[in-house]
Design a protein around this ligand. Structure first.
Ligand code: BTN
Length: 254
């Protein structure tokens, strides 16, 4: 993989940024650029999205005032090393929020795998999307929405905004922190080779290790004690009868 002259693959000047007023979805825009041959390391932000996407096909409400940002990476890592990327992305968001939240804010933590919580309430959404391109390259888009001024009223889980936490920052200023933190974390991630470093940093920010949780899988729910994550980033659930490693699921604190 190529290295930027004068810097590493993830030095700050290796990234470009395009700021849009309105778009359907910054993730959609990044994927469209990838199909047109963009070399990657491209951030796209928008003031407002008209068709913001959340996980599991849900819509992501995207009024002006919050941050909507997506980073396009091309051939970010060998496919077998991409598994820890969601954890790395959550660390970048966590790092950016740690820089801007006042001391009076509630605790900042990460819920497995990549929900950044403030006071156990969701403060942002992260949506990773990947696509094989016609020329054989693989595009990965890291989509990030952070509640600055708005938060949904109808969410089935607790939600908060930075404003509610006493942080009155503009989307542009918050993006400058995210831009820097993401470059630092991706550099540390080392194209997936430094998974142990990333999982160690993630554990330091983790919410609820040792506590009872429910994990919703596609076909069932399992209750147990959140015993942490292993060195590959899998969730370790101790049900009392056995210790399970879980690769994907929704976690709820009990
Ligand atoms: C979630 O459901 O928790 C993930 C939400 C991800 C929203 C962000 S906003 C920027 C980017 N563009 C999108 O359409 N979605 C992501």
């Amino acid at each position: 993989m190529s290295v930027t002259p004068g810097g590493s693959r993830y030095s700050l000047d290796a990234f470009r940024h395009e700021a849009l007023g309105e778009t359907t979805s910054t993730n959609t825009e990044c994927l469209a650029r990838a199909r047109l041959g963009d070399p990657g390391h491209l951030w796209i932000t928008a003031d407002r999205q008209t068709a913001g996407r959340g996980r599991r096909g849900r819509a992501w409400t995207s009024e002006t005032g919050n941050l909507y940002a997506s980073l396009l990476l091309i051939d970010a890592a060998p496919p077998e090393l991409l598994g820890s990327l969601p954890l790395a992305v959550s660390l970048a968001v966590y790092g950016a929020l740690r820089c801007v939240l006042p001391l009076t804010a509630e605790p900042l933590e990460i819920k497995w795998p990549n929900d950044v919580l403030i006071g156990r309430k969701k403060s942002c959404g992260i949506l990773l999307e990947s696509e094989g391109l016609a020329d054989g390259r693989r595009a990965v888009v890291l989509g990030i929405g952070i509640n600055i001024r708005h938060r949904p009223d109808d969410a089935p889980y607790g939600v908060t905004s930075l404003q509610e936490q006493g942080c009155h920052i503009s989307a542009d200023e918050l993006f400058s922190y995210l831009f820097r933190e993401m470059a630092e974390v991706l550099e540390a991630w080392d194209e997936g080779r430094a998974v142990k470093l990333v999982t160690a940093r993630w554990r330091d920010a983790a919410c609820g290790i040792g506590q009872p949780i429910r994990v919703n899988l596609p076909d069932r729910s399992i209750d147990g004690r959140f015993a942490g994550i292993d060195d590959q980033g899998l969730l370790i659930l101790d049900t009392g009868d056995r210790v399970m490693s879980i690769a994907a699921g929704d976690v709820f604190y009990l």
